[in-house]
Design a protein. Sequence first.
Length: 322
Amino acid sequence: MNTPATPRLFLAPMEGVTDWAMRDLLTSVGGIDQCVTEFLRITDQLMPPSVFYKNCPELKTNSKTRAGTPVFIQLLGGQARPLAENAARAAELGALGIDLNFGCPAPTVNRHDGGATLLKSTDRLFEIVQTVRAAVPKNIPVTAKIRLGFDDPHACLANAQAIEAAGAQWLTVHCRTKTDGYKPPAYWEWISKIKAVTKIQIVTNGEIWTTADFLKCYATAQTNDYMIGRGALRDPYLFNRIKDTFSDRSLNETTFLEVKTLIPSFYDSSAVYLNEQFAVARTKGWMKQLCLSIPEFKDIFEEVKVLTKPHEFKSRLEYLLN
Ligand SMILES: Cc1cc2nc3c(=O)[nH]c(=O)nc-3n(C[C@H](O)[C@H](O)[C@H](O)COP(=O)(O)O)c2cc1C
C-alpha cells in the first residue's frame, strides 16, 4: 500500500451532535487530528460575528479545541457570492479553514438549493468553490465535502475534478449517494476511481464503526485521511484504537467504566455551551447512542430518560454512574 503509516483521522461534522461540547470531549479523549463544525446555512445574508462564534466557539481559542485539535468552519448554501462573503468573514474572525457542504440530504436544505442537490450541477460546484477560494486569504484552506452523487455515483468523478480545479485543498467523500441516505454499505471502492482522475487529497468517509471496519476501509480506499461520524458517538475511543493498530500499543475493547467517566463532564460542558436544559437533551441523545454499543448503559438510560428537570437528571445520573 502506498500510504504513510498512521492515518489522519477527522471527526465528522454532525448537525445537532458534534457541537463545541462534543468536539471538546472527543478531542480530549484523543486520536482526532481535525474537526469540522456543524454546517452553517448561508442564504443571501452576511452573518453577524455572533453566529460564527456560536457555530465555532473555538474561534476564541485560535480555532482549536482545548485539546489543541484544529476546527474548520463548514458553510452550506447554493449561492457563490454570499458563501464567499461569509467565508471571508469567518477567515477574518480567525477560522483556520472553510469547508463547503455539498452532501446534506435534508429535504428542506435541498429544496432551498443547498447540500446534495448541488451534486447534480458540476458547474455550480466549480463556481462556488472557486469564488470562495478567491475570497479568503491564500493561507486559509478551502475544502469540500460531497456524497458520491445525488442519485448517480458516477457524478463523483466530474465533481471531484471540478472541485480540485477550483482550488480546494482536500475533498471529503461520504461514499454514498443522496438517494442511498444512510443505508449501509458505504461504497469505499469509488475512492480509487476518484484517485485515478484527480490528485486532490481525499478524506474517506462512511460506515466506520469499529477498528475492523476501518481496516477494511483503509485497504479499499488507500487514502491517508478518514472521517468518522456516528461511530465516534458509540465508541469515543475509536480514534485512539484505530491509531493504536498502527503502533505497538494495543487498547482493549472500550468499556463502560471508561466511558461513564466522560458523561458528567459532557453534561457540564453542554451546560456551559448553552444551558442546562440543553445539556439534559444532549446527554440523553448521546446516551441513547452509547446504549447501542455498551449494554451497561441501557438500564441507566431507561431510568434517566424520563427526567426533564436538570438538577434531578444530573443528580440521578451521577448517582447511577457511581
Ligand atoms: C445527525 C447527523 C448530522 C449530520 N450533519 C452534517 C453536517 O452538518 N455537515 C456535514 O457535512 N455532514 C453531516 N452529516 C454527515 C456526516 O458528516 C457523515 O458524512 C455521515 O454521518 C457518514 O459518516 P459515518 O458513517 O461515519 O457516520 C450528518 C450526519 C448525521 C448522522
